[in-house]
Design a protein around this ligand. Structure first.
Ligand SMILES: Nc1ncnc2c1ncn2[C@@H]1O[C@H](COP(=O)(O)OP(=O)(O)OP(=O)(O)O)[C@@H](O)[C@H]1O
Length: 281
């Protein structure tokens, strides 16, 4: 895969308002995605994380505000050029029936192809490397639709890696993955950021994995960013309560010092048990 880009791209959202027809979601979001870092977007269901990711990737046009890629409005830039700079893995992508894993991953190379200049050898090498990094080489010739949810998710990750973009936006890439594979993926993402200077913005639901691996956490609620900063600063019991309405203690992993949250909602669990008793469970 390509080395550290000479100048990492800059992706910025300014005063973003975006949503769906009658449903406004983003309510004035400002975000400068930190360059060469792994940033994790956290927030409760429906808080607007996917909407923010889609708006930053120009899949969704903001109602107000703008998205700048290297200082230029992303909506005014050439689609192919944006695809060479920015790769996005949306939530729950679907592949055409019968497409093999290798064919899917190869689609990541499309933005780099020109009619008059093909470098098939280089493309094939990059596809191979992306499949190896995502751990899908063993089923390269199988149909994507005949794989398990976790295997399929890894194929899509390989496709985004094959796109070789400096900016990578991933919406819940760890869905369906077992814990070991989630950890492998997060380590790969950290290495893309720290060793290759890529800029990653990733939506995760696992708070403790996010706190362990992210350089920066961005915490959203109700279409707004409530907190952002390194896990050591923002991953606190107070903020988890404000953002998730979660009662938890935050302790520190003895070896790495990473903050870890331990939910303490025993009062609620008790009252749910009582409620279940009421329905005869
Ligand atoms: N295509 C759509 N059309 C209409 N409303 C939508 C659409 N997609 C999302 N929404 C609504 O927008 C709001 C924000 O959704 P979004 O998917 O951005 O949240 P999220 O934080 O990513 O949630 P989750 O953690 O559940 O994936 C929700 O109320 C959701 O129902």
């Amino acid at each position: 895969m390509s080395p550290i880009p000479a100048r990492p791209p800059r992706l910025t959202g300014e005063a973003l308002h975006a949503g769906y027809e009658a449903r406004p979601v983003l309510d004035g979001v400002d975000l400068a995605v930190p360059e060469g870092k792994l940033t994790v977007l956290l927030g409760p269901n429906g808080s607007g994380k996917s909407t923010l990711l889609k708006t930053l990737a120009r899949t969704l046009t903001p109602d107000a505000g703008r998205v700048l890629l290297d200082g230029q409005d992303i909506h005014r830039r050439d689609t192919r050029e944006v695809a060479r700079r920015l790769g996005i893995l949306p939530q729950g992508p679907s592949a055409p029936e019968g497409l093999t894993v290798r064919q899917l991953v190869d689609m990541g190379r499309f933005p780099h192809r020109r009619l008059w200049r093909q470098d098939a050898g280089r493309d094939a090498r990059i596809v191979r490397e992306a499949m190896a990094a995502a751990g899908v080489t063993d089923f390269a010739e199988r149909s994507v639709d005949a794989l398990s949810g976790g295997q399929r998710q890894r194929c899509w990750i390989a496709m985004v890696l094959a796109q070789e973009t400096d900016l990578i936006l991933l919406d819940e890439p760890t869905t369906f993955l077992d814990l070991r594979v989630q950890v492998d993926l997060l380590e790969l993402l950290v290495s893309l950021a720290h060793d290759r200077g890529r800029t990653l913005l990733v939506v995760l639901h696992d708070l403790n994995l996010a706190a362990a691996y992210a350089d920066v956490l961005v915490m959203m609620r109700d279409g707004r960013i409530l907190r952002q900063g390194p896990p050591g600063e923002v991953f606190s019991a107070d903020n988890l309560k404000k953002v998730f309405d979660l009662d938890a203690n935050v302790i520190h992993e003895p070896r790495t010092g990473s903050p870890v949250c331990v939910p303490t909602q025993s009062g609620r669990v008790r009252s749910r048990r009582e409620a279940l008793r009421g329905v005869g469970a």
